[in-house]
Design a binder for this molecule. Structure first.
Ligand code: ATP
Ligand code: MG
Length: 393
């Protein structure tokens, strides 16, 4: 899987766009250039990287250049200047044949209004993307298409026609068509914008499932901030053809570069963005399964704690031990292992919203563990509350 690198990319629409380049270099704005020359600056000197296997979201107002930028990545729109690289290969300098090959094998595209052919069955619509692949047999094409339809949850629908499917299902066919080719990179231009909110959320979940399952880089355009935050590993925000900020959801929320970005993120609910990982702290001290009763008591006293978390080995999470249970333990000849209580745990990617429910009836902190049950940190109730309270800042 290869990284995409975009360097000083410019797209100017109109006759003799090189005139526009000169003006851009002199610092003229998109507006000025339009007024002076009638040329439209679609993308203005954009540089960034898209990591292999990430979901890279592009956001911005209508006309800010999102679709133009996306289409420059595989040269469906020919850039006026600048460079797009895929791994070591320079997309911008490929000849026609090389470009066709790269497009065919590396890129898949999904659009908002995915024009399905009404006269073709769902299977035939899905096969469409593979028809240009003359190295694939008919049988193979069918197999790949059926497989893709199954991936998007449309098994059993292959012989229906588009008008027999709901909007969400039609969009799934569009996605299946792109997936059938098994490209490394999916370019998605507002694929879910026309869907109603519930279906849209379903599609987002499904895309995330597919993303986990398949090894792909996804470039995803949206107007919808919630969608961007939900899907994006990183988000690029565009204005007047320029990329004004690239960052993780968290970076964009907490460290907006300018007012334009701030406006975008104004109304986001922090409780849905911040995760356990963001607010967990290091425990003061830990008990180890092999600690004796005396050591355990001593550690609690020293730290002024009435309970402590216990780990096995270096940090395999085992549970909690309460001071009151230690007090009588010696008489009963109990081992520290007998005193460990199971508690609720949280995953690092749980949101504040989800955590709040978990913590409501807890009288001890909430341990955060990874999928191998290693203790990563703990969350104290107060932190959750104060972060929720800070919602408006
Ligand atoms: N084929 C074209 N010819 C001339 N100008 C164009 C062309 N395509 C796009 N533009 C201009 O380039 C700029 C960027 O358009 P683009 O379609 O990339 O915006 P967008 O961010 O995708 O908008 P939307 O959210 O409405 O889809 C706009 O000013 C638009 O008018
Ligand atoms: Mg667009």
């Amino acid at each position: 899987m290869e990284k995409i690198q975009v360097k000083n990319l410019v797209k100017i629409f109109g006759d003799n766009p090189k005139r526009g380049l000169k003006l851009l270099e002199k610092g003229h704005t998109k507006e000025e250039i339009l007024a002076e020359t009638g040329l439209t600056v679609g993308v203005n000197d954009v540089s960034f990287d898209i990591n292999a296997n990430e979901i890279f979201v592009i956001m911005g107002l209508s006309g800010s250049g999102k679709s133009t930028l996306l289409r420059c990545l595989n040269r469906l729109i020919e850039p006026t200047s600048g460079e797009v690289k895929l791994g070591d290969s320079n997309i911008t300098s490929l000849d026609k044949k090389e470009l066709r090959d790269v497009r065919k094998h590396k890129f898949g595209m999904v659009f908002q209004n995915f024009a399905l052919f009404p006269q073709r069955t769902i299977l035939e619509n899905t096969e469409f993307g593979l028809e240009v692949h003359d190295d694939i047999t008919e049988e193979n094409r069918k197999e790949k298409s059926l497989d893709a339809l199954e991936k998007v949850g449309l098994k059993g629908w292959e012989d229906k026609y588009p008008d027999e499917l709901s909007g969400g299902m039609q969009q799934r066919v569009g996605l299946a068509r792109a997936l059938a080719v098994d490209p490394d990179i999916l370019l998605m231009d507002e694929p879910f914008s026309a869907l109603d909110p519930l279906i849209k959320r379903e599609m987002q979940d499904q895309l995330l499932d597919l993303y986990e399952e398949l090894n792909k880089t996804i470039v995803f355009i949206t107007h919808d901030l919630d969608e961007a935050l939900k899907l994006g590993d990183r988000i690029a925000i565009m204005k007047d053809g320029e990329v004004v900020q690239v960052g993780t959801a968290e970076e964009i929320l907490t460290d907006a570069k300018n007012d334009y970005v701030r406006e975008f993120v104004q109304n986001v609910n922090r409780s849905q963005i911040l995760t356990a990982e963001d607010i967990m702290i290091k425990p003061e001290d830990l008990l180890y399964e092999n600690d004796g009763i005396k050591t355990a008591k001593y550690k609690m006293k020293r730290n002024g704690l009435s309970s402590m978390f216990t780990v096995k080995g270096k940090r395999k999470y085992r549970g909690i031990i309460r001071l009151e249970n230690l007090i009588d333990a010696k008489k009963e000849k109990k081992d520290i292992k007998d005193l460990i209580e199971n508690t609720k745990t949280a995953r690092p990617d749980e949101t504040l919203d989800e955590l709040f429910g978990d913590m409501a009836d807890l009288d001890v902190p909430l341990p955060v563990v990874d999928k191998d049950n290693n203790l990563l940190g703990i969350i104290v109730k107060g932190t959750v509350l104060s972060n929720l309270a800070g919602e408006d800042d």
